[in-house]
Design a protein around this ligand. Structure first.
Ligand SMILES: Cc1ncc(COP(=O)(O)O)c(C=O)c1O
Length: 376
């Protein structure tokens, strides 16, 4: 092994430690879950697991893996059926499956916008969008979070075909993009609006169709990214769009072309979870009750800097990486699984405890969480 490379690796690790940003993998067992993205409890639902097992048996596919990319041996009737179902559910012409939301965002943004085009993106979008933008041949301009005035100003300076990229529910703040107003700006400048619905999938819109459908903006949006590792309880993602954009991605999008397709078990899990979304509306109702309960409990603590939202994501600001880490530790000691989000993942001074509420959190657990947070 090269000594120079080893020394470089150690020095970069030391740098992370010196900055107070050293990451380690942790297993926290037995704590109350206020951190996972399993908003509806589908990832550990035994009924869903049984339905998925039955479904995979029924399909009688005798291979574990998909064995290749979709363009080679990895395509299946099941994948095509699922794409049609997803497109219909999300009111789109077409859907294209990806192995992850990261791949979908990265693939879309690094492929579609081209030389002499401009991508305008909300400064708080997910790392996968940032990386896609960075690898695109287009120019890029960030705009201030949810700031229409800033976007309106910057879009006048943009050139070529224009793309505007936002999350419908922002992953770190849990707040909502002003989609109606964004659609108007995009129409005025003939820009394509791309909406990452990762945290709205399963949560907003009828039976979880997403915020774009809730607002009736399906035909005004160029592409939506729905991910399946959060409320859907599985993994993977789909870009829902026009048939032409789907065909474009099949031809040009490298993370789609050069990656092994998801296996049947994953596709069946996604398919059955979507059925459950429609059959069991109580999950969403209970989640919404927990969100309301948490907000009303937190409103008793006026000393706390908190970013209230209508989504399952609630962020409590505790500035400083060391400060937020020690508060997260203290909460964990009290049996609450919450994790600190450090800068630069969020801007300096905005370090936070990011709470995810779930269908399966009991009333007592939610009240305890708010009460313990209130002590800091
Ligand atoms: C807004 C957003 N988009 C995309 C992703 C990536 O999705 P996946 O975990 O399926 O790769 C995430 C994951 O955290 C996310 O929060």
């Amino acid at each position: 092994m090269s000594k120079t490379i080893h020394a470089y690796i150690l020095s970069r690790l030391q740098q992370r430690k010196d900055e107070g940003r050293y990451r380690t993998l942790k297993l926290l067992n037995g704590l109350i879950d206020f951190t996972s993205n399993d908003y509806l409890g589908l990832a550990h639902d035994s009924k869903l697991q049984a339905i998925v097992a039955e479904e995979t048996n029924k399909v009688q596919c005798n291979k574990f893996g998909s064995t290749g990319s979709r363009l080679l041996s990895g395509n299946s009737y099941y994948a095509e059926m699922l794409e049609q179902k997803l497109a219909a559910f999300h009111h789109a012409e077409a859907a294209l499956l990806f192995n992850s939301g990261f791949d979908a965002n990265y693939g879309l943004l690094s492929t579609l916008p081209y030389t002499s085009d401009t991508i305008l993106y909300d400064e708080l979008v997910h790392a996968s969008i940032h990386d896609g933008v960075r690898n695109s041949k287009a120019s890029s301009i960030p705009f201030a979070h949810n700031n229409l005035e800033d976007l309106g100003h910057k879009i006048t300076k943009a050139h070529g075909r224009l793309y505007v990229v936002v999350e419908s529910i922002f992953s770190m703040n849990g707040d909502t993009a002003p989609l109606n107003a964004l659609v108007k700006i995009c129409e005025q400048y003939d820009a394509g609006l791309i909406v990452d619905e990762a945290h709205a999938t399963g949560i907003f819109g009828a039976a979880g169709r997403g915020l774009v459908v809730e607002l009736g903006l399906e035909s005004n949006v160029l592409a939506r990214v729905h991910t399946f590792g959060k409320a859907i309880g599985a993994s993977g993602a789909a870009i829902v769009s026009s048939q032409a954009l789907k065909d474009f991605l099949i031809n040009y999008c490298r993370p789609f072309i050069f990656s092994t397709a998801p296996p049947l078990h994953t596709l069946a899990a996604i398919n059955c979870a979507y059925d459950l979304l429609q059959q069991e509306p109580w999950r969403l109702q209970q989640l919404k009750q927990n969100i309301m309960l948490f907000k009303s409990e937190m409103s008793k603590h006026t000393n706390i800097q908190w970013l209230p939202s209508d989504s399952p994501i609630q962020s409590i600001i505790f500035p400083g990486n060391e400060n937020v880490k020690s508060i997260a530790n203290a909460l964990q000691q009290q049996g609450l699984d919450v994790r600190p989000i450090l800068s630069p993942t969020v801007p300096k001074g905005q370090e936070r405890i990011r709470i995810c509420l779930h269908t399966f959190n009991t009333k007592e657990e939610v009240i305890k969480l708010a009460s313990v947070i209130g002590q800091f």
